[in-house]
Design a binder for this molecule. Structure first.
Ligand code: ATP
Ligand code: MG
Length: 768
C-alpha cells in the first residue's frame, strides 16, 4: 500500500544502540521476568491474562516500543487497539519516551471504532458510502429510527424507536447484518418487522452517506469478508497486532480481529476476566477464555505481581471479587507496607456525601496531594451533579472524564450541524437540525413539503432546497428564507476552500444568525452557551482541516476541555477502566444504585456478578487510598427513597476496612446493624439529632423526611406506591407482554408470554 515511501524515524534515534547490541535497552530493564517474556515473545499468538495493576498495559506499550526499536516493523505495520482514544494518545506518548524521539506514522493505533472508521473511509465505495461519510451519534441515530418507525405506520408509543435502536445495536455488536438476523429475533419488534426496519435503517444511512458506530465495525467486517484481496492486503500489512482490555471485546470486534490475524499471526492480547464490565454492550468475556483454542499454540503468560496498589487495597478488592462464581481465579500479590485501610463512610444523603468528599479532597490537598491524583468514580452519571455543584460552590477545580459531553450540548450540536453540512451537503440529519434554527420562518409544513420534494427527486434536502425555491411549492416567507439559507451554504462551501476553518466557523455562526439568537436570548444559560461556542472554535485550532476536526468530534466523545491543570477527576466507574489514581472516592454504594437494581432485574446473577466486577475495577484504580461512602437517603426520579448499604460493603474483608458512620446517622435501626455486623461505630443517636445539628450548622435545603420506622426496610421505594396488582397485563420493553403473578413493594413478579417468569421493577413496565 503506501508504505514504500516511508522513512524510518528510528534509524537516527537508534543508530547508536544498534552498534552496541550487547547492551540491553533501557525499556526492558524495569520489567519483571514474566513481563519481559511477554514483551520479547513477539512472534506467534500471545495471551497475557492477569489481574488489575499487574502491568498489562505497560507490557503492551513496551512490546510496541520493542518491535519498533528492533526494526521488526514500521509504525504503519502495527495494529494496536486501545479502549479509549485517550489511552491511544497516552500509549503513543509513552512509546516516544521509551524509545526516544517522536513516533510518527502509527496510523493504526486507536480504538476499534477509530480504526474501523479509517478502514471504511479507504474503501467506502465498497460499503455503499462515499469516503467523506458522516459518523452519526446516538442522538441522530434515534431521530432517524423514529422517522423510519413513523413512516412504516408503527405505533411509536407501543414500539419505541429506542427499543429498535437497542436491538439493531445488539445485532451489529454480534456481527449480524439484516439478512443474518435469526427469524425468532427479527420477530421481536412490531409484529415481525424488526428485520425490515433494520434493512430500511441501513438503506437510509447509505442514502445519507452516513454510518453509525456499529457500522464502523460491521461494515469493515463485511468488507474484509467480501473482498479476499483487501483482506490479504491488510493481513500482509499488519505484521503485529496488539489489543488491550481484550475481555471487553464484542463478537463483531472479535471476528474482525480473527480475520485480520489469521490463525498463526503475531497477535498479542491482554486482559483480565475479572474486569469484564461491558456485557450490557455486547462484550463477551468468552473471547478471552477461548483465545487458546482460536489461536493454537498460543503462549499464555500470567502476571501476578500488582505494582499499583497497597496490600490493603488489593486485599479488599480480591476479597470482594472472590464472591463471584464465574471466574478463572488468579494469584495477586503486592509488596510494601499494608497502607491505609479502605474507609467506609455512612452519610445522610447525597448532598452530605458530596460535602464529605470535597472536604476530604481539600484536606488531602492541604497535605500536599495533588487534585489530579484524586478521582471520584460514580456508578450512574446522575450522581455527578451533586459533586459538580459542591465543587463549583467551593471553587474546587475539577474535570469530568467521558461525562456529560461538551460535544453533546445543544448549541455545540447545532454549530456542528452547520459545519457538517458545509463539509458534506448530503447530510440530511444536519440539515433538518438547523433548517429553522435560528427561527427563520420555515415551519413544519414547509419542511414536510421539502421532504416530499427531495424524496420524489431522490436528492438530499439541501439540493432539494435549491430547487424548490424556484417553484411555488412553499409560502413566500419560507421560500425566501430557504433560498437565503441555500445561498449561504453555497457561499460557505466556496469560502471553506480558501478560509481557515476556524474563521469559517465564526463566519457561519454570525451569518446564520445563530450568535445573534443567543445574544438576544435572555435566559440564564445563554451566556454560557456563547462561551461554549467560543470554546468550540478554539478547539478547532488543533486540527489542520474542517474534515479532520469533524472526524475527531465524531469519534472522540471524550471531554477535551479542562484537560490540563491540577483538577479533581470525576467519571463513571466504566470510564475509569485502565486508569489509576493515588486516591479514589467511591460514593453511592447502596443497594439498588450499586449493585444496580436494573441490572440485577434484567440479568439476575450474571448481572450481579458484572456489578461486582465493576466494584473490583473501581477499587483497583486506587494506588494509596480508597474511600467508599453510602447515603441513607437518596433522591431518585424526584422522590426520596431510603437505602441500604451495598452488599459489596459487607463483602469487603473486615481486616482491610475501617468504617465511620456520621453521628446521629442511624436512628437506632436494628436492621442495619444486623446486616452490617462488621460496622464498628456508634449509630445510636436518633436521627432527629442529625437534622437538629444540620439546622444549627445552617443547612437550609429541604431534607428528606425522617422515617424512623421505615428506614432501611424499604429498598427502593414506598411499597404502597405500586399501581399494579396480581393478574394485571403489563408490557416490558425487553421481555414483552406478561401477567403479574406477585407484587412485593415496587417489585413485580411477572410471567412473560415469551421470556418466562422475571422479577421487574414497576417503573419498567406499562399497563398492556
Ligand atoms: P489494569 O488491569 O487496571 O488495566 P494493568 O495490568 O494494565 O492494569 P498497568 O496500568 O500497566 O497495569 O500498570 C499498573 C501500574 O504499575 C502502572 O503505574 C505501571 O507503571 C506500574 N508497573 C507495571 N509494571 C511495573 C514494573 N515492572 N515495575 C514498576 N512499576 C510497574
Ligand atoms: Mg491496563
Amino acid at each position: 500500500m503506501t508504505a514504500n515511501s516511508y522513512q524510518d524515524p528510528l534509524d537516527s534515534a537508534f543508530g547508536d544502540e544498534q552498534k552496541v547490541p550487547a547492551r540491553e535497552p533501557a525499556y526492558l530493564s524495569g520489567l519483571n521476568k514474566e513481563q519481559r517474556e511477554a514483551v520479547e515473545a513477539t512472534e506467534g499468538p500471545v495471551l497475557v491474562l492477569a489481574g488489575a495493576g499487574t502491568g498489562k498495559t505497560r507490557v503492551l506499550t513496551t512490546r510496541l516500543a520493542h518491535i519498533l526499536a528492533t526494526h521488526k516493523a514500521w509504525p504503519g505495520q502495527i495494529l494496536a487497539v486501545t479502549f479509549t482514544n485517550k489511552a491511544a494518545r497516552e500509549m503513543k506518548e509513552r512509546i516516544g519516551t521509551l524509545i526516544g524521539g517522536v513516533v510518527e506514522g502509527m496510523q493504526w493505533l486507536g480504538t476499534f471504532h477509530s480504526i474501523g472508521a479509517r478502514m471504511l473511509r479507504r474503501h467506502a465505495e465498497l460499503a455503499g458510502l462515499k469516503s467523506n461519510f458522516t459518523i452519526i451519534d446516538a442522538d441522530d441515530q434515534l431521530r432517524l429510527m423514529k422517522q423510519i418507525v413513523e413512516a412504516e405506520n408503527i405505533d411509536e408509543k407501543r414500539w419505541p424507536s429506542r427499543t429498535l435502536a437497542a436491538m439493531i445495536d445488539g445485532w451489529k455488536n454480534r456481527g449480524l447484518r439484516p439478512e443474518d438476523v435469526p427469524d425468532g429475533e427479527a420477530h421481536g419488534f412490531a409484529f415481525g418487522k424488526g428485520r425490515t426496519l433494520y434493512k430500511l435503517y441501513q438503506a437510509r444511512l447509505k442514502a445519507l452517506n452516513a454510518a453509525d458506530f456499529g457500522d464502523l465495525l460491521l461494515d469493515t467486517l463485511s468488507l474484509l469478508r467480501g473482498h479476499p484481496d483487501i483482506l490479504a492486503d491488510y493481513r500482509d500489512r499488519f505484521r503485529y497486532i496488539l489489543v488491550d482490555e481484550y475481555q471487553d471485546t464484542n463478537v463483531v470486534q472479535y471476528l474482525w480481529l480473527k480475520l485480520l490475524a489469521g490463525t498463526g499471526g503475531n497477535v498479542c492480547v491482554v486482559g483480565d476476566d475479572d474486569q469484564s464490565i461491558y456485557a450490557w454492550r455486547g462484550a463477551e468475556v468468552e473471547n478471552i477464555l477461548r483465545f487458546e483454542r482460536d489461536f493454537p499454540g498460543a503462549k499464555v503468560i500470567r502476571l501476578e505481581r500488582n505494582y499499583r496498589s497497597t496490600p490493603s487495597i488489593l486485599g479488599a478488592a480480591s476479597g470482594l471479587i472472590a464472591a463471584n462464581k464465574g471466574r478463572l481465579g488468579k494469584t495477586l500479590w503486592t509488596e510494601g507496607e499494608p497502607g491505609e485501610k479502605i474507609k467506609v463512610q455512612g452519610v445522610w444523603d447525597a448532598e452530605e456525601e458530596a460535602r464529605h468528599v470535597a472536604s476530604d479532597a481539600e484536606a488531602l490537598h492541604r497535605e500536599g496531594h495533588s487534585f489530579a491524583q484524586m478521582a471520584i468514580l460514580v456508578r450512574a452519571s446522575f450522581q455527578m451533579r451533586e459533586f459538580e455543584d459542591r465543587f463549583i460552590a467551593l471553587g474546587l477545580p475539577y474535570r469530568v472524564i467521558g461525562g456529560p459531553r461538551f460535544y453533546e450540548r445543544a448549541e455545540i450540536r447545532d454549530a456542528m450541524a452547520y459545519l457538517r453540512l458545509v463539509a458534506q451537503g448530503d447530510d440530511d440529519l444536519a440539515f433538518e437540525r438547523i433548517v429553522n434554527k435560528p427561527k427563520r420562518g420555515i415551519g413544519d409544513a414547509s419542511v414536510q413539503a421539502l421532504h416530499q420534494f427531495a424524496r420524489a427527486r431522490q436528492v438530499p434536502l439541501l439540493a432539494a432546497a435549491r430547487e424548490i425555491v424556484e417553484t411555488d411549492e412553499l409560502p413566500p416567507k419560507a421560500k425566501k428564507a430557504l433560498a437565503e439559507l441555500a445561498a449561504n451554504f453555497a457561499r460557505w462551501g466556496d469560502t471553506s476552500r480558501v478560509l481557515p476553518h476556524t474563521e469559517l466557523a465564526e463566519m457561519i455562526l454570525d451569518e446564520s444568525g445563530y450568535t445573534d439568537m443567543l445574544k438576544a436570548d435572555k435566559s440564564a444559560d445563554a451566556p454560557g452557551r456563547l462561551d461554549n461556542l467560543k470554546e468550540l472554535v478554539r478547539s478547532m485550532e488543533q486540527f489542520e482541516s474542517l474534515a479532520a476536526f469533524l472526524e475527531h468530534v465524531a469519534l472522540v466523545m471524550e471531554l477535551e476541555q479542562n484537560e490540563t491543570g491540577d483538577r479533581l477527576n470525576l467519571m463513571t466507574m466504566h470510564a475509569a477502566k485502565g486508569l489509576e489514581y493515588d486516591t479514589v472516592f467511591l460514593p453511592g454504594w447502596e443497594e439498588g444504585l450499586f449493585p444496580s437494581q436494573r441490572t440485577m432485574d434484567e440479568n439476575g446473577l450474571a448481572g450481579l456478578e458484572e456489578e461486582r466486577r465493576l466494584a473490583y475495577v473501581g477499587i483497583t484504580r486506587a494506588k494509596q487510598r480508597a474511600l467508599i461512602s453510602f447515603a441513607a437517603n437518596r433522591r431518585v426520579h424526584g422522590s426520596w427513597q431510603s437505602a441500604l448499604p451495598s452488599r459489596f460493603i459487607t463483602e469487603l474483608p473486615e481486616e482491610h476496612v475501617e468504617t465511620t458512620v456520621d453521628e446521629g446517622f442511624y436512628g437506632g435501626n436494628a436492621g442495619f446493624r444486623d446486616n452490617m455486623s462488621g460496622f464498628a461505630s456508634s449509630y445510636d443517636s436518633p436521627g432527629w439529632k442529625r437534622a437538629q445539628a444540620n439546622k444549627e450548622r445552617g443547612y437550609t435545603r429541604a431534607r428528606p423526611p425522617l422515617i424512623e420506622a421505615q428506614a432501611f426496610t424499604v429498598q427502593t421505594s414506598d411499597p404502597s406506591a405500586t399501581q399494579y396488582a396480581r393478574g394485571d397485563r403489563v408490557f416490558h420493553q425487553k421481555f414483552g407482554y406478561g401477567r403479574v403473578k406477585a407484587v412485593e413493594g415496587n417489585k413485580l413478579t411477572v410471567d412473560f408470554d415469551k421470556a418466562g417468569e422475571k422479577k421487574v421493577i414497576d417503573t419498567f413496565v406499562t399497563r398492556a
